[in-house]
Design a protein around this ligand. Structure first.
Ligand code: ZN
Length: 476
């Protein structure tokens, strides 16, 4: 126990100093390290393995919904960025520009992509001629760069990894359908793979993507009650098709501008997993995306048969498709328990001479610290069932927490008290920018999404009739 408390004390208190807790956890578990250039991160193998599992799950869903992967260049001519006025204005402060290459000043500066609508739009204009070329459904997995003043690993870094879907459609209806379909794909992925409940809905004009007609987002509640925008899907209307001349000859023989969408999620999702599920002991990873789903810790490993039994169990679990590690290092079992607990491994299996004699193994769950015995003969099914139970329990726990922490406010004071208490706040809003700005100024909260149930009658700020019911929160 002494070792245990010493170990836990290395992580800052999750309740009183959540930002420090976060930094401690991402560094000490080997997910990430700071890069030499301020604001950059190195994603270490344990962190990258989570990203690979996220990619695998999402990529399958994108392909099942008819999308293909492609890759577009990192460098974008500056002139492309200025074609869509709202877009350039929104991204100008964050864009990194290459002015010199090959020892010379470039004739035209090049942007490092902060997002790829402009370059992809330019190529689409070239490729699309007729209605027969539509829809175009593409996705790219890439890195992007947005120069940020304050940064935090996974949550906000100047360079990050993401996917960006870019689609082109003949009609407004089809493009809107795509926008909502992909928002739905993200929601289902967050729920079933990350065990993360989210609120989805439209964003306000102030919060939308620069250049979009409408942005839909998914927002997740973090441990401290703040919101994290975990993904967005944009209906771009004809804004980009007009700026980049994406036209097609329709069935009726008329040249028309197409309708486009874009949608993306990033390595930010790893931050979301950490801050949704983590506890005082460190990470708690959802089994579906956990790099290691089960760790075997031998007990009294020098006793006859133990090492062999552990190795055999590892092989059996591997063959059953479980991502399993056998920790046969010479650290003490107690040290190993702490280490793998901090790393958020869903199931720890203890196997010693007494277990072998009884034909069972002891399994400790990371999510609720419960211990169960599973017969060695049923190891495969037993561990898989346990992983499924953990995944389900983690979602239900997070869902219940979010549901109980969405409260109503009728006034600005109530709204402030709500976000101070670590809640999401449902409130009416008249729709004017002044009232939205006042919420930010008074409560440091922003409009996250329009609520599913539009029931508010009055604006919580000015008291005028409400145009929308909005979920307000402090956000990352
Ligand atoms: Zn108002």
């Amino acid at each position: 126990m002494a070792k245990d408390s010493q170990f836990v004390s290395q992580i800052a208190d999750i309740e009183s100093d959540f930002p420090q807790w976060y930094s401690d956890v991402v560094l000490k578990t080997g997910l990430v390290d700071y890069g030499p250039v301020k604001g950059t991160m190195v994603i270490r193998p344990y962190g990258y393995a989570i990203w690979e599992n996220i990619q695998k799950e999402l990529d399958r869903r994108f392909k099942e919904t008819g999308h293909e992967n492609a890759y577009f260049p990192l460098l974008i001519p500056m002139s492309f960025m200025t074609k869509e006025s709202e877009h350039v204005e929104g991204f100008a402060p964050e864009v990194a520009v290459v002015t010199h290459a090959g020892g010379e000043k470039l004739a035209e500066p090049l942007c490092i992509r902060p997002t790829s609508e402009t370059i992809i739009g330019t190529m689409y204009a070239k490729w699309i001629q007729s209605y027969r070329d539509l829809p175009v459904l593409m996705n790219q997995w890439a890195n992007v760069m947005r120069w940020e003043k304050t940064t935090r690993p996974f949550l906000r870094t100047s360079e990050f990894l993401w996917q960006e879907g870019h689609t082109v459609h003949a009609t407004e209806e089809e493009a809107m359908e795509e926008t909502m379909k992909m928002l739905g794909v993200y929601e289902e992925f967050a729920r079933t793979c990350l065990a993360m409940p989210v609120l989805t809905g439209r964003k306000t004009e102030k919060e939308k993507f620069a250049g979009a007609v409408a942005t839909y987002g998914m927002e997740a509640m973090m441990h401290d009650g703040k919101s994290l925008q975990a993904g967005t899907s944009h209906y771009l209307g004809q804004n980009f098709s007009k700026a980049f001349d994406i036209k097609f000859l329709d069935k009726d023989g008329v040249q028309k501008y197409a309708y486009t969408t874009s949608w993306g999620v990033s390595t930010r999702l790893i931050g979301a997993i950490i801050m949704t599920h983590g506890d005082q002991r460190g990470l708690v990873l959802p089994p579906v995306v956990a790099p290691v789903q089960a760790v075997i810790v031998p007990i009294a490993v020098k006793k006859p048969g133990v090492a062999e039994a552990c190795a055999e169990l590892k092989t059996r679990l591997e063959q059953a498709g479980v991502r399993v590690v056998l920790d046969d290092s010479d650290n003490s079992p107690g040290w190993k328990f702490n280490e793998w607990e901090m790393k958020g491994v869903p199931v720890r299996i203890e196997l010693g001479p007494r277990d072998l004699e009884a034909g069972k193994m002891l399994c400790a769950r990371r999510d609720n610290h419960e211990k169960t015995e599973i017969a060695l003969a049923q190891a495969e099914e037993g561990v898989k069932q346990l992983l499924a139970d953990i995944q389900k329990n983690m979602y239900e726990r997070a869902k219940e927490r979010m549901d109980t922490r969405i409260i109503q406010a009728g006034t600005l004071d109530e709204l402030l008290a709500g976000v101070n208490g670590g809640n999401f706040v449902r409130a009416g809003w008249c729709g004017c920018r002044e009232c939205e700005d006042k919420v930010k100024e008074f409560a440091q909260a922003t409009a996250r999404v329009y609520a599913k149930e539009q029931t508010a009658e009055k604006c919580a700020v000015c008291g005028k009739p409400a145009a929308h019911t909005v979920i307000f929160a402090r956000a990352y």
